[in-house]
Write a protein that binds this ligand. Structure first.
Ligand SMILES: Cc1cc2nc3c(=O)[nH]c(=O)nc-3n(C[C@H](O)[C@H](O)[C@H](O)COP(=O)(O)OP(=O)(O)OC[C@H]3O[C@@H](n4cnc5c(N)ncnc54)[C@H](O)[C@@H]3O)c2cc1C
Length: 415
């Protein structure tokens, strides 16, 4: 098999040696292993267990574990570029991988940028060492359940899942929906709200706790038969009087709230899966029109001017999407400017909407036989539809925030 070309060539996009190394590793794994398994995970709505074995064997579970803890020490942009190469071959693997990697990015590079007291920093160092050891030495996988079906995941209210302080730890109660890796992760990195004495739930009291999969009171409930991203197995989780020890606190009190307001690009980590799908839709179209897709009817279609125009339009959309996305990745930092945050919303919207737009253009251009289930395009089309739904930066919420931010400066109102 001819190796696929990189999505982001090193010279044009100024990739660092580590970015070249990790994007190459992910592309090779994707092309040689994940690609052929993707149809089965999709058909069965089954978790990509074999892909996780490959990620584990290649050290990729520790991609964002800082080097001093035995991980690869990749920064935000490096992770994003590498994960996009995974999404190109299996959207569900890339999306679930994001949930796992966030548990390392948030507690690692992001937490290093946040303000903490010396005592908090010391405790955080000790606790994250434990958490990283599980990942690097034992190959453990983390999920990231925060959605509850209400305004909390949109950043508009406190999480209704609660944590009550007790001797030696916390007691967690609540329900999460759409928990990717449900039943397959070793730990659930749960966002919940610390219950204060007066019972009030406030966003600034958000806690980030690792709940072991087999802790008493944890249940995976509901079925999973969705349109797309079927391999994510995003079932619901119930927590009923679940006790976790103090060391399961992944970040100090208040740190998540600080990160969400000061490191907003943390919410863009859902995009690489869809950036990869956008590339996959274009890759498929070119191969199909050239008559190179295995199992396709033996007819080339590239000589028709309408096909050429359609491919040109797709290429332009792909280049626009990549350029804006990489620009936004490079902007990611603590306390970004208003311009940089607006660009991040624009990039998120663009990737999520364009991935699906490209997939639908691909089907229209390749023609009826291209949407048969034996080809990847049909799955890419369904998977790509899910991107705009991901909170807190859904396509709608990005538009909402961008419009307001463009027209109002801080403190302005029309009252
Ligand atoms: C394949 C897949 C995998 C997922 N994996 C995970 C995961 O691992 N972890 C996780 O936590 N979540 C995950 N999600 C969930 C996702 O992030 C969203 O939370 C979910 O899609 C929201 O569904 P909903 O029907 O509640 O949406 P909505 O009804 O759109 O949103 C829920 C609430 O958000 C607020 N809201 C939504 N839109 C607006 C708006 N325009 N203006 C103001 N408020 C608004 C409202 O309060 C609304 O009730 C996944 C989703 C999918 C599709």
């Amino acid at each position: 098999m001819e190796p696929d070309a990189p999505m982001f060539d090193a010279e044009s996009f100024g990739l660092t040696p580590q970015q070249v190394e990790l994007t190459t590793l992910c592309r090779e794994l994707g092309q040689s292993r994940f690609q052929e398994r993707a149809a089965r995970y999709d058909r069965e709505a089954g978790f990509p267990t074999e892909n996780y074995e490959d990620l584990r064997r290649n050290g990729l579970l520790g991609i964002c574990v800082p080097a001093q803890y035995g991980g690869m020490g990749a920064d935000y942009a490096t992770y994003m570029l590498a994960a996009a190469e995974i999404g190109r071959y299996c959207g569900s693997t890339a999306l679930t991988f994001n949930m796992h990697v966030c548990s390392c990015l948030w507690t690692g590079r992001l937490a290093d940028d946040l303000e903490m007291t010396a005592q908090e920093r010391e405790t955080h160092e000790r606790r994250r060492a434990l958490h990283y050891r599980r990942i690097v030495e034992e190959g453990k996988v983390y999920a990231q359940p925060f959605s509850e079906g209400g305004p909390a995941a949109a950043g508009a209210a406190a999480f209704q899942t609660t944590a009550r302080k007790v001797e030696g730890g916390w007691v967690v109660n609540g329900r999460k929906i759409f928990a990717s890796l449900a039943g397959h992760a070793d730990y659930y990195g749960v966002l919940c709200t610390e219950v204060k004495e007066n019972g009030e739930l406030r966003r600034r009291d958000t806690l980030y706790l690792a709940v072991p999969r087999d802790a008493a009171g944890v249940r995976v409930v509901g079925d999973w038969d969705p349109l797309g991203m079927r391999g994510t197995v995003s079932r619901n989780l119930l927590f009923e009087e679940v006790f976790v020890g103090d060391d399961e606190q992944l970040m100090p009190q208040g740190a998540y709230y600080q990160a969400a307001s000061r490191w907003p690009h943390m919410f863009m980590t859902l995009t690489p899966a869809y950036m990869g799908l956008a590339q996959a839709a274009c890759d498929f179209t070119v191969r199909y029109l050239r008559g190179e897709v295995p199992g396709m009817p033996p007819v080339k279609r590239r000589m028709y001017p309408t096909k050429q125009l359609a491919v040109a339009r797709m290429r332009i959309m792909l280049e626009q999407t990549k350029a804006l996305w990489v620009r936004a990745l490079t902007d990611a930092r603590i306390d970004p400017s208003k311009e940089q945050v607006m660009r991040a919303w624009a990039a998120q919207y663009t990737v999520m909407e364009n991935a699906n737009e490209l997939a639908q253009l691909a089907i229209r251009t390749c023609g009826g036989q291209s949407m048969l289930k034996r080809f990847a395009l049909e799955r890419i089309y369904r998977d790509s539809r899910c991107g705009s739904l991901m909170l807190p930066w859904t396509a709608e919420l990005c538009l909402d925030r961008l419009g307001r931010a463009a027209l109002y400066e801080e403190g302005e109102s029309d009252d």
